[in-house]
Design a binder for this molecule. Structure first.
Ligand code: PLP
Length: 377
């Protein structure tokens, strides 16, 4: 058995035509030109044909699409939403930096802010989300916010935050709204982070994250990510680019289905409250009208008791009990159970609350499934 021949076969000629879709560059490294300049590629920013931890043609394709969606100069694609949150924050703080964020964030982001950053000497102040604008001024270095927040669907007034601290670096987690419904860079944000695992990919088959913003900030985030190493691998990037091609079409349907399901839940006698920014009963409806152009497929609702919430969870069929969101299929979760299961003691999440990621099914089927489970209470 000849190992050399096995590793260096006579490869047939490459096809003359150019593939219509970008092939998956499933390689960890690239053969470089044998010139002195080639060495300089190593220090260039985000080279796409050098080493896959530095970038890949598939990541570059998805990044071009993502930057375009956000109206950003550049995008940095990483291996998860949390990699994007971490790169955005870690590349902009050092010992002594002052960060202000919310008491209620997606749980892993809250852990990073509350438990991890302070171990490096970063001062993090967590304030109630609604009072974020009145809790900051220009003595703050970084403001980190998430709107609408997971799972309570509370909004942050981004223009008010920007006005209160014009010089602070404003980082916005736009995972729930997506650029289809909220455009943070146009409202004053410096960096946008998103879990591309959710609506951007949209098919529940990829874990990825993205940071968008000005080129100089993205370069800095890339330097941090290059060292920490949370790569979005070529096949995941390829799948994401595939999912992104239908992003606006999917979001239009998520918006329509979300509103229809929210209205149907609100009309059900067993539902105590529905949290959906597109409903006039949302306490921040006026802000939602101003800041969002649609309201997405995420909603939360409360029933009479934690036991009633568990009963609804047991009796839905179409809506499957699973974490994550933003896929084609409707998912339902009981956030309080998940927080307790992870050792949390947060009393910020109501144990009578259920979160729904409204999918792309026929709206009447989603409504029949949820109201059927509610009818059994
Ligand atoms: C609002 C929000 N931000 C960030 C993340 C983290 O994303 P990922 O799971 O892709 O790391 C999530 C995950 O659910 C989220 O809901």
């Amino acid at each position: 058995m000849n190992m050399t021949r096995l590793l260096h076969p006579d490869v047939p000629e490459r096809p003359a035509g150019v593939p219509v879709t970008t092939p998956v560059y499933q390689t960890s490294t690239y053969e470089l030109p044998r010139t002195p300049e080639a060495a300089q590629i190593a220090s260039a920013v985000a080279p796409v044909g050098y080493y896959t931890r530095y970038g890949s043609p598939n990541a570059a394709e998805a990044e071009a699409m993502l930057a375009g969606l956000d109206g950003a100069e550049r995008a940095l694609l990483l291996g998860s939403g949390m990699a994007a949150v971490s790169a955005a924050l870690l590349s902009n703080v050092r010992a002594g930096s002052r960060v202000v964020a919310q008491t209620n964030h997606y749980t892993a982001a809250l852990t990073l802010l509350r438990d991890v950053l302070p171990t490096f000497g970063v001062s993090v102040r967590l304030v109630p989300q609604e009072s974020l604008p009145s809790s900051i001024d220009d003595s703050v270095d970084v403001v980190y916010t998430e709107t609408p927040v997971n799972p309570a669907m509370v909004l942050t007034d981004l223009e008010a935050v920007r006005a209160a601290a014009p010089k602070a670096l404003l980082v916005v987690d736009n995972t729930f709204a997506t650029p289809y419904n909220t455009r943070p860079l146009e409202l004053g944000a410096d960096l946008v982070v998103q879990s591309a695992t959710k609506y951007l990919n949209g098919h529940s088959d990829v874990t990825a994250g993205v940071v968008t913003g000005r080129a100089e900030l993205i370069d800095r985030a890339w330097e941090t990510a290059r060292v920490l190493g949370p790569v979005c691998h070529p096949f995941e990037a390829w799948l994401l680019a595939r999912g992104l091609r239908t992003f606006p079409l999917r979001m239009a349907r998520h918006n329509a289905n979300g509103l229809a399901v929210a209205a149907a839940l609100q009309a059900h006698p067993r539902v105590a409250a529905v949290h959906y920014p597109g409903l006039p009963t949302h306490p921040q409806y006026a802000l939602a009208q101003r800041q969002m152009t649609g309201f997405g497929g995420m909603l939360a609702f409360t029933v009479a008791s934690p036991e009633a919430a568990q009963s609804v969870l047991r009796h839905t069929g179409l809506a499957r009990n699973a974490v994550s969101l933003g896929g084609t299929e409707t998912l339902i979760t009981h956030p309080a159970s998940l927080i307790f299961a992870h050792g949390g003691t947060s009393d910020t999440v109501d144990a009578s609350l259920l979160r729904v990621s409204v999918g792309l099914e026929e709206p009447e089927d989603i409504i029949a499934d949820l109201t059927g489970a509610l009818d059994r209470l």
